[in-house]
Design a protein around this ligand. Structure first.
Ligand code: G3P
Length: 223
């Protein structure tokens, strides 16, 4: 299973990449805004260098058509390890499958984002997406079960031997990460604050302190 950091903050990327657990970094325009990025292209280039050979996922902002394709091609030139996030639909509901298909044919690693259903993930796979980002939290927001969608898509991919990988996104807590992993997501993308929570445990801290105190006591006796 692959673990991505959902962040454009270089300090967080350096820290978690230094822990040896990251396979890549995902971003989207909301993440760039949250992390105070003012020059997205420069940030993508820098994150791609930082995370190599892991994958940097950069999202297009053109809505559709030739503008989307040319933006995606330009972003993919930033590095061999750059995957391009293309939203499943325009805000008007027009599928971007043709654009994905063209990009995949040109050798671009397409990550179809904003997937909220089984049907969307299946169609994106057919269009040639290398990854489908299923937003578990946003499926839950609408009264659905995001983990169940991931599980069903995984079953379908395996049944037909597709190599498209599911990225579980929109994870709002450690419980969501566990649900996504359990449902068979090939990759999970986790914001830094949630990754910290996954690593931490009050009783682990207490236990480590107990061991250190015991070691001090032993040293004091020996002195
Ligand atoms: O990974 C996608 C994420 O950035 C969106 O999360 O919580 O806004 O649905 P959220």
């Amino acid at each position: 299973m692959k673990l991505f950091l959902d962040s454009a903050d270089e300090n967080h990327v350096k820290f978690w990449s230094g822990q040896g657990i990251l396979d890549g970094v995902t971003t989207n325009p909301s993440v760039l805004l949250r992390d105070g990025v003012t020059d997205p292209t420069a940030t993508f280039a820098s994150l791609a260098r930082l995370i190599a050979p892991g994958v940097l996922h950069a999202e297009v902002t053109a809505e559709s058509g030739a503008a989307l394709v040319s933006e995606a091609l330009a972003l993919s030139e930033l590095g061999d390890n750059v995957a391009i996030k293309v939203p499943m639909l325009t805000p008007q509901g027009v599928p971007c499958l043709a654009e994905m298909h063209e990009l995949a044919g040109a050798g671009v690693q397409v990550n179809t984002t904003a997937c909220l259903s089984y049907g969307q993930a299946a169609l994106a796979t057919k269009a040639g997406a290398r990854y489908v980002s299923i937003m578990l939290g946003r499926v839950d927001d609408e009264g659905g079960d995001g983990a169940a969608v991931i599980e069903e898509v995984r079953r379908w991919l395996d049944r037909w031997g597709y190599r498209t990988e599911i990225i579980a996104a929109s994870l709002r807590g450690p419980g969501d990460v566990r649900r996504a992993m359990d449902a068979g997501a090939h990759c999970v993308t986790v914001p830094p604050a949630i990754l910290s929570k996954l690593a931490d445990h009050k009783y682990t801290r207490h236990t480590v302190q107990e061991f250190l105190d015991a070691a001090d006591a032993t040293a004091a006796k020996a002195a």
